[in-house]
Design a protein around this ligand. Structure first.
Ligand code: ADP
Length: 501
């Protein structure tokens, strides 16, 4: 009797394998970080081979830690950092270039040139739900084909394949050059700028605009079905791979936001709020993205509105790695607790420009409001508050677009262990913030997608039943202070504009 489902979570900073039981509890985790490669200002890359090796290791590690064998696992799901683009040779399995990561801004010229063809930033929005921005995969693929010697010829000859990390991992797990399955799901495809949101198929005119041969693109299947079996001789050999969800959509699924109007916010490297809008595709008028939330087997696709924030947890990492101001991410809370408030300082981390709701690739980071009074503790607070203020901006946009005010926010991700941040978040939003018992919702969502496909979980009701509240933070700040803090933040944001032409 197989009692468990596994999930591979190929994230921005690390790759994890998590094993869940039928109640959605974690029984085992193994995790490995990979190198963040910063060749130039604004460039961020990962080595796809390192990521693939880590994937194999953590799959074996997670089984070993719980003393499980492959026959205990009913299915495996994949979730992944979205938009990060890999191009590889299907004959050798070798990537032609490092993976270009979602935060990378090198495609700003390509993006401007595409916009100049007509329509500007809104050129493709009606079809794909996204503004033209460096964030998405299509322009990254174009950059590789333009800049890697011989790549375009090889692509046109049909030798090169494109994938986001889900597709790269799946292709390798299912045999690579020996029969690897070249498939993605609509949640990932909806982040390329190449997928039509109505048909869930690649749009040939956009691909042609971007100079991307159709032969490179993976087949778009559903988020929950058997794509193939693990072909490796090692861990998980023979187990069906039965779910794919981009990490934020996986977290939405894992948080049981399965009905229209339900939303979650994930606090990781960046922050991502998704609101389930049901089978209705809501186009944003307030700087949000329209995206696929999930598509389970043959059922109709479910859509979401998304507010993406590029830099939240990675600002804490920056304080640790670039400034050496803290030695671990957790230490920031101690510094923040050493003072009463931010001392007048505001930190706008526009390191990759600003994503939602601004979509300004010309913005760069700023710390404003400094005086001799400001110390390390105040800066630590400003860093944490930046996450909360950016989230408020996204929540305001969600409320405006959907016409309904959210009355509570379900949260998850690496930063939600930070109690000071969670309290400040509730204060600045003016609504309660709720953390579930299983905060590993991303991996859990991918496991659910895979488990549903093989009948391990029977229906979405099993997922709703498994969700349980762990802790809730109620707003405590008075309205006047909330309004003045938020107004200061808004002013600080304006100081980051027009830095890059
Ligand atoms: P991802 O899936 O994007 O790789 P995670 O959900 O694992 O990210 O979250 C990791 C992020 O959370 C890191 O950017 C880290 O700086 C941040 N983080 C971890 N612990 C804390 C903490 N105690 N306080 C604030 N930030 C934290």
């Amino acid at each position: 009797m197989t009692q468990y489902v596994a999930a591979i979570d190929q994230g921005t900073t690390s790759t994890r394998c998590m094993i869940f039981d039928h109640s959605g509890r974690v029984v085992s985790v193994d995790q490995k970080e990979h190198e963040q490669i910063f060749p130039k200002a604004g460039w961020v890359e990962h080595d796809p081979m390192e990521v693939w090796q880590n994937t194999r290791q953590v799959a074996a590690g997670a089984l070993a830690k719980a003393d499980l064998s492959t026959s205990d696992i009913a299915a495996v799901g994949i979730t992944n950092q979205r938009e990060t683009a890999v191009v590889w040779d299907k004959n050798t399995g070798e990537p032609v270039y490092n993976a270009i990561v979602w935060q990378d801004t090198r495609t700003d010229r390509i993006v401007n040139e595409l916009g100049a063809l007509g329509g500007g930033q809104e050129r493709y929005r009606a079809k794909v739900g996204l503004p033209l921005a460096t964030y998405f995969s299509g322009p990254k693929v174009r950059w590789i084909l333009d800049n890697v010697e011989g790549a375009r010829d090889r692509a046109e000859a049909g030798d090169l394949l494109f994938g986001n990390m889900d597709t790269w991992v799946l292709w390798n797990m299912t045999g690579g050059t020996d029969g690897g399955v070249h498939v993605t799901d609509p949640t990932n495809a909806s982040r390329t700028m190449l997928m039509d949101l109505d048909t869930l198929q690649w749009d040939e005119t956009i691909a042609a605009d971007m100079g991307i041969p159709m032969s490179m693109l993976p087949e778009i299947r559903s988020s929950s079905e058997v794509y193939g079996q693990v072909r490796e001789r090692g861990a998980l050999a023979g187990v069906p791979i039965a779910g794919i969800l981009g990490d934020q959509q996986a977290a939405t699924f894992g948080q049981a936001c399965l009905s229209p109007g339900e939303a979650k916010n994930t606090y990781g490297t960046g922050n991502f709020m998704l609101l389930n809008t049901g089978t209705e595709k809501v186009m944003s008028e307030n700087g949000l993205l329209t995206t696929i939330c999930y598509k389970i087997g043959d059922t109709a696709p479910v859509y979401a509105l998304e507010g993406s924030i590029a830099v939240t947890g990675s600002l804490v990492q920056w304080l640790r790695d670039n400034l050496g101001m803290i030695s671990s991410a957790a230490e920031i809370e101690e510094h923040a607790r050493s003072v009463e408030d931010n001392g007048g300082a505001y930190f706008v981390p526009a390191f990759s420009g600003l994503f939602a709701p601004y979509w300004r690739s010309d913005a760069r980071g700023a710390i404003v409001g400094l005086t001799r009074f400001v110390n390390k503790g105040h800066l630590a607070r400003a860093v944490l508050e930046a996450t909360a203020f950016q989230t408020r901006e996204v929540l305001d946009a969600m409320n405006a677009d959907s016409g309904v005010d959210l009355t509570a926010l379900k949260v998850d991700g690496g930063m939600v262990v930070n109690e000071l941040l969670m309290q400040f978040q509730a204060d600045i939003l003016g609504v309660p913030v709720i953390r579930p018992v299983v905060a590993e919702t991303t991996a859990l969502g991918a496991a659910y997608a895979a488990g549903l496909a093989v009948g391990f979980w029977k229906s979405e009701d099993d997922i709703r039943d498994n969700w349980a509240e762990d802790k809730r933070w109620e707003p405590q700040m008075d309205d006047a202070r909330r309004d003045s803090e938020y107004a200061n933040w808004k002013k600080a944001v304006t100081k980051t504009f027009d830095w890059v032409q």
